[in-house]
Design a protein around this ligand. Structure first.
Ligand code: ARG
Length: 455
């Protein structure tokens, strides 16, 4: 490829070290599509002849078809996918193939390819997120009235509905989608035609090629067009946030599946046994998702660090972007693919959730509210209820089983209606504030999410 300037070929080790084809070959389709648009632009502008353009486009289409059918194997001896496609084209169509690289450099070529590739992959991840949200919403709908303790500091706090808890995740994943969409929109400008860094002396029409490739416009500075990978960082940050959400969900599923909680049971098809302990049913999928969060964060850090301090414009360091970002998209995709059906098939142990809600004084806030509504300042009510809780702990009973007589010893504002006020059902059904835990509020949340998904 470097014929002319060099008299010796590259040392074998250095050649292997320099090569990226083992990982960038996955962009063959984007590389070919980008080249087709470039060839069309060259012909439209009269930079190459129409017959040459036709040969190039037919040749590229045949290469694409042959790669996809398996008839053509990508030659791992080439430096990268760009070199392979060009060499294969020239081998097939001769001199016309040598004209493709007019008014272009691998620097803008690779910058286009990654954008096209990431646009496709990000759309796939959005579709997977939607499937997960659907699974979560389905479970929320089926369990909208199921009462369990809500936690803060992992201490039982207030009664909530399981539908409410699940819909919290639906909201997070919905925001993940919108974050990725924003990143795609910001990335969707074509650097093609930036060439090596300075632009070109040919009379190109960058906008024409950009439109053919579905971009919203062109990058406005050719040095920036070939130098920056901020769009990779942005998507990798978005993917890291998806993983962070998934890992929190995973952690809860792992806890809920333990004997200690016993709130849910994962389907056999999403759990594993132990090679030695016959009783075990492990939530390996959730644990792996939690674990894989680390590598997605790591990829982001790796690329941030690679790009730090790089002088403009292209530097070979930037070839390191691909393994990091490819690993991130692969990891997020596989995690989502496993997670959605795992949630869909998860069995909810309603009785255990309810039993847990009966312990831990999670209706204490409601008891304090009861006194407050009768005219007692909240802080005074808070103190009295604290004393009552202490008394219950001592007597080994709960707020619901302490007698009215004993309540009255604290203040005669207590009446028999207190028991109804602090029942778990009341605690939940009265929390009708927007976004709250009552069945009605959860139904509104479900309707909102469904509406957003249909957009
Ligand atoms: N394989 C290279 C990469 O991924 C393509 C760009 C090469 N450009 C260059 N000036 N060596 O970054």
């Amino acid at each position: 490829m470097w014929a002319g300037r060099f008299s010796k070929s590259l040392d074998q080790k250095a050649d292997d070290f320099n090569s990226s084809i083992s990982f960038d070959s996955r962009m063959y389709k984007q590389d070919i599509t980008g080249s087709m648009a470039h060839a069309s632009m060259l012909a439209k502008q009269g930079i190459i002849a129409t017959e040459d353009c036709e040969k190039i486009i037919d040749g590229l289409a045949a290469i694409l078809a042959d790669i996809e059918s398996g008839a053509l194997e990508i030659d791992m001896g080439c430096e990268d996918i760009h070199m392979f496609v060009e060499a294969e084209l020239t081998a097939r169509i001769g001199d016309a193939g040598k004209k493709l690289h007019t008014a272009r450099s691998r620097n803008d070529q690779v910058a286009v390819d990654i954008r096209l590739y990431m646009r496709d992959k990000s759309e796939e991840i959005i579709a997977l997120l939607k499937e997960l949200i659907e699974a979560v919403t389905e479970q929320a709908e089926a369990n909208k009235g199921v009462i369990l303790p809500g936690y803060t500091h992992l201490q039982r706090a207030q009664p909530i509905t399981f539908g409410h808890h699940l819909m919290a995740y639906a909201m997070m994943f919905l925001r993940d989608i919108s974050r990725i969409k924003v990143a795609i929109a910001r990335m969707n400008y074509s650097p093609l035609g930036s060439c090596a860094l300075a632009g070109t002396t040919y009379n190109t029409d960058r906008m024409f090629a950009a439109e053919k490739l579905g971009f919203d416009g062109i990058t406005r500075n050719s040095i920036d067009g070939v130098s920056d990978r901020d769009f990779c960082l942005e998507l990798m940050s978005d993917f890291s946030i998806v993983m962070m959400h998934l890992s929190r969900f995973s952690e809860e599923i792992i806890l809920w599946s333990s004997w200690e909680f016993s709130f849910v049971e994962l389907d056999d098809s999403f759990t594993t046994g132990s090679s030695i302990m016959p009783q075990k049913k492990n939530s390996d999928m959730a644990e792996l998702v939690r674990g894989k969060t680390g590598r997605v964060y790591g990829n982001l850090m790796a690329l941030l660090t690679t790009l730090k301090g790089l002088p403009l414009a292209y530097n070979k360091d930037m070839q390191e972007d691909k393994e990091a970002i490819f690993d991130s998209v692969d990891t997020v995709a596989i995690c989502l693919e496993v997670f959605a059906p795992m949630i869909k098939t998860m069995k909810v142990k309603r009785e255990n959730m309810y039993r847990a809600a009966q312990k831990g004084f999670i209706n204490a806030t409601d008891l304090a509210d009861y006194l407050t509504k009768k005219g007692m300042p909240f802080r005074s009510a808070y103190k009295i209820v604290g004393q009552i809780v202490a008394e219950c702990i001592e007597k080994n009973c709960v707020l619901d089983t302490l007698s009215l007589e004993e309540y009255k010893k604290h203040t005669d504002m207590f009446e028999a209606d207190l028991f109804d006020e602090i029942s778990l059902e009341t605690c939940v059904s009265k929390r009708i504030s927007a976004g709250g835990t009552s069945v009605g509020s959860v139904e509104e949340q479900i309707a909102y999410v469904k509406e957003e998904l249909s957009k």
